[in-house]
Design a protein around this ligand. Structure first.
Ligand code: SF4
Length: 377
């Protein structure tokens, strides 16, 4: 059986954050039930097409999956189990907002088999949280972790963000320390990207919000790497840190180009080298539009993606797998660039893998470009 990752998008939020350009909608409570009914129908429509697959992970993302009634999550998982077998140790993650958790909801998730909770914490500074438009406080993050632990969750992630408007490195260090002190198993640390069309972009344009400069952002990233390493979190992907053995298997599937099925609005899929997605518009999804932008990947597309995604991970490019998948050694035709990048300290390679060094991660885009240029010759 081939492993399959299932992503389920829950596109509802209590309020839209100032920086958010995800497919998430507030004020659509009246559509919650209809949305889940459409999602269950979509899930069931996949039943005949999933033979040969075994579900190794499920990830409820959003949006805010913990906002909707817990019974919707429970029902979704029960229907997913009916369409395909799950591996005995399937990783089942639910993303949540610390301001939306209750002991009752957490107990329902656990009893349905959810075994990983990913909390959008972002910062432990209440002023910054308010400026981001988050609905929770720093104290609620700690409370949510404690509630989750009491409910039996032994695998908890905190999402954190740096390079926030007006954020000093000291404040970022405080956030990292606060996250570490909660003894969670996994921490994701992303730099804020100011997306066009968001209220945050307007504020930055008007000069009301000032993003830290590149030097400050680099200092924050280095601080995260050092603080988290000192606290025992291994950096297994550019922005992800985990206690040994507790890396997020679902996200590793994306970076390793495993097969995944995305359900719900805006969800992306890749099955047997074919990519497709659902419409990002909630109304288009509710009206039945599905599986748009279908693209069958060529061998060259797949090779490019492998370089792009594998170099995000600490393991890097699996050279033996490359040879198996593409029938040619990765280094063939790239001897010169590999030698140059190695000499400059951006990559390191052994028999099994070619990976970026810490220095290489800082300029991952440029390293990828250099490796891909050789492919295009
Ligand atoms: S909680 Fe997440 S998905 Fe919802 S608006 Fe905020 S950033 Fe966007």
């Amino acid at each position: 059986m081939d492993p399959l990752a299932i992503y389920i998008h829950v596109p509802f939020c209590a309020r839209k954050c100032a920086y958010c350009d995800f497919a998430s909608f507030s004020g659509r409570e009246a559509d919650w039930r209809r949305y889940f009914e459409a999602l269950w129908a979509e899930l069931e429509s996949w039943s005949p097409r999933l033979s040969g697959y075994e579900v190794a992970s499920v990830f409820f993302g959003g949006g805010t999956p913990t906002l909707v009634p817990g019974e919707y999550i429970v029902e979704t998982l029960s229907r997913a189990r009916a369409i395909a077998p799950f591996t005995a140790d399937a990783e089942i993650t639910l993303e949540g907002n610390p301001g939306t958790l209750t002991p009752e909801k957490l107990a329902a998730y656990r009893s349905a088999g959810v075994n990983r909770l990913s909390l959008g914490a972002q910062s432990f500074d209440d002023r910054l949280l308010r400026s981001l438009g988050r609905i929770h406080t720093a104290a609620q993050i700690g409370e949510a972790v404690r509630l989750a632990r009491t409910a039996g969750f032994g695998n908890i992630n905190l999402d954190l963000m740096y390079a926030l408007p007006g954020q000093a490195t000291e404040q970022w260090l405080h956030t990292l320390d606060a996250a570490v002190s909660l003894e969670v198993q996994h921490i994701s640390a992303y730099s804020l990207i100011v997306e066009e069309g968001t209220p945050m972009a307007d504020r930055v344009r008007r000069g009301e919000a000032v993003i830290p400069d590149d030097d400050a952002v680099n200092a924050m990233q280095r601080a995260a790497i050092d603080r988290l390493a000192a606290a025992g979190y291994g950096r297994y992907e550019i922005s992800n840190y985990a206690r040994p053995g507790i890396e997020c298997r679902h996200n590793l599937t994306y970076w390793r180009r495993g097969d995944y099925l995305g359900l719900g609005c805006a969800a992306h899929s890749m099955l047997r080298e074919t990519r497709f997605c659902n419409p990002a518009s909630l109304d288009a999804y509710l009206s039945g539009e599905r599986e748009v932008d279908k693209q069958v990947l060529t061998r060259e597309d797949a090779m490019e993606e492998t370089v792009l995604l594998s170099t995000r991970t600490a393991r890097g490019i699996d050279l033996e797998k490359w040879r198996r998948d593409y029938g040619t050694p990765f280094a063939e035709g790239r001897e010169e660039i590999i030698a140059r990048l190695s000499a400059a300290g951006y990559i390191e390679a052994d028999e099994g893998n070619l990976r970026l060094t810490r220095r290489g991660f800082e300029v991952q885009d440029a390293v990828v470009l250099a490796l891909l240029e050789e492919q295009g010759r």
